[in-house]
Design a binder for this molecule. Structure first.
Ligand SMILES: Nc1nc2c(ncn2[C@@H]2O[C@H](COP(=O)(O)OP(=O)(O)OP(=O)(O)O)[C@@H](O)[C@H]2O)c(=O)[nH]1
Length: 464
C-alpha cells in the first residue's frame, strides 16, 4: 500500500494544482483514490467508509491556508484523520504497560498461532528488565512442546526467569503454579504465553478465557501479525469479544506489510496499539507512534510537515492578532466570537475538547450533554452567519428589526438571537477581565468557577 498510496496522492496533487479551493468535486476525486488505495491495502470496508466520511466532512469545511494548494491541504487532513483513527497523538503513558497493581503484575498474551506471541514475550521481558523489573515467564501452550522450549530460549536471551511447564499439565494448573512461585519470589511481572491455533477456534477461546478469569491480568495483550490483511478484522473481533483486551501488539511490521491491519484492529477493538514488532530479534520492539505509522502509510512526510508548519504559522498569527486586539482595549466582537467557535470546531468539537482538558477543569462537568452543546454551537454559528459584517463588528447595531431578520435568516426564533447575544456579552465581559491578566489569571478564574461546568453555565448550558 505504501508506495501505491503516495503515488496516487502525488498524481492527484498535480491534477489539483491551480485550483483555489477544496470543492465537492475535487475532494471527491481524491477521496475515491484514497478509498481504493485503502481497500487495496486490505483495510476492512466499514473502516474505510467511516474514514472517508470523516475526511470529507473536514475537507469541505476547511479553509485552505494561503501558502498551500488544495491538494496539499487535503493530504494534511487525510494524515491527521489517519493519525486519529490509529490512536491519536503519541502518548507515552498510554503505550507503556500498566504495572500499577500489587506485584506480580500479570500480562496475558493472546493471539493466533504464529502471530509472534512468544517472540513478543521475549522482547517485553527485555524491555522490563531494562526498566529494572524482576520478570518471570511461563508457557501455557501444552500442545506444542517446541513452544515451551522457544519461550525458555527467548527468556534466557532477555535475561529473565523462566517457569518450566510440560505438555501433560493443564494450562490453568501451570498458571496457578507460576503465580504461586512469582508471589513467593517477589517477581514484579509475570508474562503468561498461551497456545495459539491456526484459526479462530472455540476451544482456544475457552481456554484463554479460563486463564483470564483465573489470573485476572492487569494487561491482556492481543498479538496480531501486521501481514494478516482483511482477516485481521475477524480475528480481532473474536478475541475482543472473548476477552477484555487492554492493548494490541502489531508484529512483523518490518516485513512487506501493507499496513491495513493496524487500521482495522484499532477500529474493531478500540484498544490502543501499544507496541510494534520490527524484527525477529529480542530488541525489535518499539512503542507505537500513530503519527509515524500514518506517515509510513501515506508516504507523504514532506507535504505533511509543510502543511503542519503552514497551519502553525497561521494559528500563531491569529492568536497574536487576537491577543493584540483584546489588549488594545478594542474589545471582543462577534467576528472574534465566531473565530473562537471555529477554533473549537477545528479542535474536534466540544466532546474532544472536554477529553483534552485537564481533569481539574472538567470535574463536575459530567452533566454537560455534548451533543446538545454541539447543536447549540452550530446554531450560534448560523446566527452569526446571518449577520452583516457591520453587525458582527458592532453588535450594538442589532436592534429589534435586525434581530427579526437575523432570526429568519438562521431559521430560528428571535429569542434564540437574544439568548445568543446575551451569551456573547457574558463572554466579552469575561475577556475584558482577562485583559492583561494572561493565562494564569484565566486559569484562576476558571478554578473559581468550579471547573468547566461553571464556565459552561452549569447544567449543560454553554456560554453561547
Ligand atoms: N520479522 C519479524 N518476525 C517476527 C516478529 N515477531 C515474530 N516474528 C517471527 O514470527 C514467527 C512466529 O513467532 P512466534 O513468536 O513463534 O509466534 P507465536 O504467536 O508464539 O506462535 P505459537 O507459539 O505457535 O502460538 C517466528 O519465526 C518469529 O521469529 C517481528 O516483529 N518481525
Amino acid at each position: 500500500m505504501l508506495d501505491n498510496l503516495s503515488n496516487r496522492f502525488g498524481k492527484i496533487i498535480k491534477t489539483m494544482r491551480g485550483q483555489a479551493r477544496l470543492t465537492e468535486e475535487n475532494t471527491a476525486e481524491m477521496l475515491r483514490e484514497v478509498r481504493m488505495a485503502l481497500l487495496e491495502a486490505d483495510v476492512a470496508l466499514p473502516v474505510v467508509r467511516e474514514f472517508i466520511n470523516k475526511v470529507k466532512e473536514k475537507a469541505l469545511g476547511a479553509e485552505v491556508v494561503g501558502s498551500l494548494s488544495p491538494g496539499q491541504e487535503l493530504v494534511g487532513i487525510v494524515n491527521s484523520e489517519l493519525v486519529n483513527l490509529i490512536g491519536g497523538e503519541y502518548n507515552a503513558r498510554a503505550v507503556e504497560l500498566n504495572l500499577a497493581t500489587q506485584p506480580p503484575a500479570i500480562i496475558l498474551m493472546a493471539g493466533l498461532q504464529g502471530a509472534g506471541k512468544t517472540t513478543t514475550v521475549g522482547k517485553l521481558t527485555k524491555r522490563l528488565i531494562d526498566q529494572k523489573k524482576k520478570v518471570l515467564t511461563v508457557s501455557c501452550d501444552v500442545y506444542r512442546p517446541a513452544a515451551i522450549e522457544q519461550l525458555k530460549s527467548v527468556t534466557g536471551q532477555a535475561g529473565g526467569e523462566f517457569f518450566p511447564s510440560t505438555p501433560d499439565q493443564k494450562p490453568t494448573d501451570i498458571a496457578a503454579a507460576a503465580l504461586d512461585y512469582a508471589k513467593k519470589h517477589y517477581i514484579d511481572v509475570l508474562l503468561v504465553d498461551t497456545a495459539g491455533r491456526l484459526g479462530i477456534d472455540e476451544a482456544m477461546m475457552n481456554e484463554i478465557s479460563a486463564l483470564h478469569a483465573q489470573l485476572k491480568p492487569i494487561e491482556t495483550l492481543f498479538v496480531v501479525d501486521a501481514m494478516l490483511g482483511q482477516d485481521a478484522v475477524n480475528v480481532a473481533k473474536a478475541f475482543n469479544d472473548a476477552l477484555p483486551l487492554t492493548g494490541v501488539v502489531l508484529t512483523k511490521l518490518d516485513g512487506d506489510s501493507r499496513g491495513g491491519a493496524a487500521l482495522s484492529v484499532r477500529h474493531i477493538t478500540g484498544k490502543p496499539i501499544k507496541f510494534v514488532g520490527m524484527s525477529e530479534k529480542i530488541g525489535g520492539l518499539e512503542p507505537f507512534h500513530p503519527d509515524r505509522m500514518a506517515q509510513r502509510i501515506l508516504g507523504m512526510g514532506d507535504i505533511v510537515s509543510l502543511v503542519e508548519e503552514a497551519h502553525k504559522n497561521v494559528d500563531m498569527e491569529k492568536a497574536a492578532d487576537f491577543a493584540k486586539k483584546i489588549k488594545s482595549g478594542k474589545g471582543f466582537d462577534l467576528n472574534d466570537f465566531k473565530e473562537q467557535l471555529q477554533q473549537m470546531k477545528k479542535m474536534g468539537g466540544v466532546a474532544t475538547l472536554m477529553d483534552k482538558l485537564p481533569s481539574q477543569l472538567t470535574q463536575g462537568a459530567g452533566n454537560i450533554d455534548t451533543d446538545k452543546a454541539e447543536q447549540q454551537l452550530r446554531r450560534t454559528e448560523g446566527i452569526i452567519n446571518s449577520m452583516t459584517p457591520a453587525e458582527r463588528a458592532k453588535p450594538e447595531l442589532i436592534k429589534a428589526s435586525r434581530k427579526r431578520r437575523i432570526a429568519a435568516g438562521a431559521g430560528l426564533q428571535v429569542q434564540e438571537v437574544n439568548k445568543m447575544l446575551k451569551q456573547y456579552e457574558q463572554m466579552r465581559d469575561m475577556m475584558k477581565k482577562f485583559q492583561g491578566g494572561g493565562m494564569g489569571k484565566m486559569m484562576k478564574m476558571m478554578g473559581g468557577m468550579k471547573g468547566l461546568s461553571g464556565l459552561m453555565g452549569g447544567k449543560g448550558k454553554m456560554p453561547f
